[in-house]
Design a protein around this ligand. Structure first.
Ligand code: UDX
Ligand code: UDX
Ligand code: ADP
Length: 463
């Protein structure tokens, strides 16, 4: 079976870039990305590529090439579903904030709504592809909804989890370490798998396309993120030990990373991992383990999250303690708010939690981030629900110029590893700060020796 028409439900961080690349690489397939959110679709269709709703290096060029050729963005969800032979589900699956599994289980509300919508409108057979990260065995639920509420048409469900990292999405999509496709191991299932393999094989080498059963594919996605997050929590746990023993976490990371069995990646000590995936997926893994009665397995993975929370808390406490245990009324400048560099995404960013703790102590936080809007910062902080929104507004401000943000500050905290922070005129920043001038480098990116020579008091995680 040859696919000529693809629909993707959800024009977010996953659906948008993924479909843009699939369309660019398959000019003969019409790809329509749909979303309920009209503003988001309008932004994807904006003539000015600077206005795309998602910032990813290289994405604008891909969109420019494929858009209105065979890549379309639309709010006509029903029409796009009906026209497609293959429908990707790429909607959000946040952690539940209510009811059973609150704070841990994935909220499958949006997935179920999609399944019901597909069942309602489809009048021809379709292959449904799970792109969103889902708990293992979700395909079963989707299939059951489709089969029981549909118009008698046949469905095949595939799991094709996304492994792209934000900030490098286009690069990861162009040259993926692997593409994973899981499906039913029946004749029809294998045919559906092959149809999706053909979409990817226009640019991904065959040996990098792995096919598995549905459940292995669903579980591999959670597991990949859990393993990566575990490495960050492991190096972060060691960072504190380095600080008290005189070891240097970078030297330790380098030494262990040279062992090819361990490898050099994901060993960068930080103020804590963030992003929409790591915490959510691990909590999900913990919840699934518990629901099967595997309490030791659940506790093992939960410790990765506990360590991450501790790391954020420890960084904030270090700032408070260093500033003589009183930061009330003091201005603290934040460089960075995004959960990592080269993205405007702030979900679960460490900066939010560090700011919250400092505001509890009545510090004023002046944030500069090259890509995050003031509105986003406020809404991130409000989402925690720690205090009234007016109060958050009073204590948190977004400043569009880094030098302005640092002016008259008692301390600067680096929360995101944006490259531009390294290129600033640090002498000028120092001259305009209150003394003693402190820098807390939560990402270990600045030239610490130079800063000390200028006169800064510098704290670096893991040193
Ligand atoms: C280890 C370190 O590898 C070595 O660098 C260090 O100097 C000494 O300790 P060793 O104890 O000889 O070496 O064995 P290793 O090959 O690391 O295996 C340790 C244990 O882990 C074994 O029981 C092995 O069976 C087990 N293992 C290893 C697994 O169960 N799975 C694996 O994927 C790898
Ligand atoms: C992650 C996975 O990498 C990707 O494969 C998956 O599909 C989605 O989740 P992403 O959330 O975009 O991608 O970011 P990633 O680069 O993995 O970083 C996650 C967090 O860990 C960031 O906050 C980052 O700053 C932090 N991190 C990463 C460290 O603190 N140290 C490291 O060494 C690596
Ligand atoms: P991700 O990082 O997983 O891509 P996002 O939140 O960035 O998550 O994107 C998910 C998108 O899915 C949102 O833009 C949301 O509006 C959209 N969405 C959720 N449910 C539906 C639905 N039933 N129909 C169409 N779009 C939906």
């Amino acid at each position: 079976m040859k696919i000529t028409n693809i629909c993707c439900i959800g024009a977010g961080y996953v659906g948008g870039p993924t479909m843009a690349v699939i369309a660019q690489k398959n000019p003969n397939i019409k790809v329509t990305v749909v979303d309920l959110n009209e503003a988001r679709i309008a932004a994807w269709n904006h003539d000015d590529l600077e206005q795309l709703p998602i910032y990813e290096p290289g994405l604008d060029a891909v969109v420019a090439e494929a858009r209105n050729r065979n890549l379309f963005f639309s709010t006509d969800v029903d029409g796009a579903i009906e026209a497609a032979e293959m429908v990707f589900i790429s909607v959000n699956t946040p952690t539940k904030t209510y009811g059973k599994g609150k704070g841990m289980a994935a909220d499958l509300k949006y997935i179920e709504l999609c399944a019901r919508q597909i069942a309602r409108v489809a009048t021809t057979d379709k292959i449904i592809v799970e792109k969103s990260t889902l708990p293992v065995r979700t395909a079963q639920a989707i299939k059951s909804i489709l089969d029981n509420t549909g118009n008698g048409v046949k469905y095949q469900i595939l799991s094709n989890p996304e492994f792209l990292a934000e900030g490098t999405a286009v690069q990861d999509l162009m040259a993926p370490d692997r593409v994973l496709i899981g499906g039913e191991q029946t004749e029809e299932g294998l045919k559906a798998i092959q149809a999706l393999v053909d979409v990817y094989s226009t640019w991904v080498p065959d040996e990098n396309i792995l096919t598995t059963n549905l459940w292995s594919s669903e579980l591999s996605k959670l597991t990949a993120n859990a393993f990566l997050a575990q490495r960050v929590s492991s190096i972060n746990a060691l960072s504190e030990l380095c600080e008290v023993t005189g070891a240097d976490v970078n030297e330790v990371a380098n030494a262990i990373g040279k062992d090819s069995r361990i490898g050099p990646k994901f060993l960068k000590a930080s103020v804590g991992f963030g992003g929409s995936c790591f915490q959510k997926d691990i909590l999900n893994l913990v919840y699934i383990s518990k629901s099967y009665g595997l309490n030791e397995v659940a506790d093992y993975w939960e410790q990765v999250i506990i360590m991450n929370d501790y790391q954020k808390h420890r960084f904030a406490s270090k700032i408070i303690q260093t500033l003589y245990n009183t930061i009330s009324g003091k201005k603290i400048a934040f460089l960075g708010w995004a959960f990592k560099k080269d993205t405007n995404d702030t979900r679960e960013s460490a900066a939010i939690y560090v700011a919250d703790q400092l505001i509890d102590e009545q510090a004023t936080i002046a944030v500069y981030d090259p890509k995050v809007t003031a509105q986003q910062m406020e809404s991130d902080l409000n989402y925690l629900g720690t205090r009234a929104e007016e109060e958050n507004e009073r204590f948190l401000m977004s400043i569009k110029d880094p030098y302005e943000a640092c002016k008259d500050a008692h301390a600067i905290a680096v929360l995101t590893e944006w490259d531009e922070f390294k290129t600033y005129d640090w002498q000028k920043i120092y001259d305009n700060m209150l003394k003693p001038a402190f820098v807390f480098d939560g990402r270990g990116i600045l030239d610490h020796q130079k800063l000390e020579t200028i006169g800064f008091q510098v704290y670096v995680i893991g040193k």
